[in-house]
Design a protein around this ligand. Sequence first.
Ligand code: CU
Length: 162
Amino acid sequence: MNRRTLAGGALALTAALTLAGCSDSSGSDAGQASGKPELKVAGAFMPEPVMDTMASGFFTVTNKGGADKLTSVTSSVAEKVTLHSTKGNAMKEQKSFDVPANGELDFARGGNHLMFEELKKKPKQGDKVAVTLHFEKSDPIEIEVPVKAATYNPTPGKHASH
Ligand code: CU
């Protein structure tokens, strides 16, 4: 008689299937009453700088959605770009600028402006300068800023009601 002994270790398979991380928190977007910002940038220009080290820049951001904030600006031609407002004759560096809901943020001569500092090369009239605008909520917006004559000032009528 042949007797077979099954001498085996019992494999205790603990099939612990942990389903983690797939929580479906339904309805989590219910709280966005203010809506997403819808930004567009127009009218950008840089007057040809007089100095080798510094240039300024202007543009308008229009918003068809909820409020946002311009938090920083970067450019390939400058080590740093700062945000300035002008009050009277004095300009002041700002950390950010509000882009109001369904409104616009205007950078224009005599008012808000960008300062391109520590220029890597001096932009000349006819050049295009790559600039990226960074926002608190919206994705960054890349623009090509045309370099205009040093005295260029577009459509003075447009913002005449200031
Ligand atoms: Cu300034």
